[in-house]
Design a protein. Structure first.
Length: 280
């Protein structure tokens, strides 16, 4: 197999994978033999009919579909290792060529983590924090409200000061995830997606555009906070994760937290980052 890498905007990339026909044919024969062993032909014992007889009964498109399923994942992973790529989304793949007796070619597009320019974020945040240095007695509810307003101001400032170039693939992937989640929620509510759009006075295209703006903001903030956590050397210990899990009394929720402890760690790191920013 040979590969060719093309860098795209926003840390995205495109890999062209060329698989020799000899390799394709080898896997095709393996898949064919596996299917042939399960096919019964009148006048022959199971799996013992001549290949030409079995070929007439086998759907070639299904065989080639399975060939692609076996070739592509391994070829893609090998290409990632070859070029030192670390994608953060699943690849968008198309078959550029897949004819018999010719080399096959696939084009896979994906995106790595974008490069973050944090700029002078600490100076910008210190300016915000300086406004709240003078302590005045407040009701607990007012203090919490002030804290949330301060966090919102910090987030807005980070989005202004820090620069993130998101790839189109990354944004599209997040929009598709949000749309799929919405459709699933709508169906669980007993509605069709079309009915939901009608009740909201929306179109699918307008909804995608709203989700696009939401996705861009959420992704930028996620990458910015992650980069700041690295810059401030914020780490979450296993003890901190266990403490949160131990406080949960619901057995099912506790199990869910244990099963997704990596998500819990990410959430705690994000909270720790925001706490550190508010204290600059």
């Amino acid at each position: 197999m040979t590969t060719a890498l093309t860098r795209l905007a926003g840390s995205a990339f495109e890999i062209t994978l060329t698989v020799p026909w000899a390799d394709v044919k080898k896997i095709y024969d393996q898949v064919f033999d596996e299917l042939a062993a399960e096919i019964e032909v009148e006048g022959f014992r199971k799996g013992k009919a001549p290949k030409d007889v079995i070929s007439a009964k086998v759907d070639k498109s299904k065989i080639y579909g399975e060939v692609v399923n076996r070739i592509l994942p391994e070829s893609y992973q090998n290409a990632l290792k070859e070029h030192g790529l670390k994608p953060i989304i699943s690849p968008k793949v198309q078959i550029a060529s897949g004819e018999e007796d010719k080399d096959w070619q696939f084009i896979a597009k994906a995106s790595e983590k974008p490069i973050i320019d944090l700029g002078s974020y600490q100076d910008a945040i210190k300016t915000i924090n300086a406004k709240g240095k003078i302590w005045t007695p407040n009701e607990p509810k007012k203090e919490e409200q002030d804290k949330q307003e301060k966090i919102s101001e910090i987030i807005d400032k980070l989005l202004q000061v820090c620069k993130v170039e998101l790839s189109e693939l990354l944004v599209e992937s997040e929009v598709n995830r949000l749309m799929a989640q919405l459709i699933d929620d709508v169906r669980q509510a007993g509605l069709t997606f079309e009915q939901y759009l009608e009740t909201k006075g929306e179109t699918s295209e307008k909804l995608r555009q709203k989700y696009r703006l939401q996705a861009e903001t959420a992704l930028k903030l996620e990458f910015i906070l992650d980069a700041i956590a690295d810059d401030l050397k914020i780490e979450i210990t296993q003890k901190e994760i266990d403490n949160v899990i131990d406080k949960e009394v619901d057995p099912e929720k506790k199990k869910s937290l244990k099963d997704q402890s990596y998500l819990l760690a990410s959430m705690l790191r994000r909270e720790g980052t925001i706490d550190k920013l508010t204290a600059l």
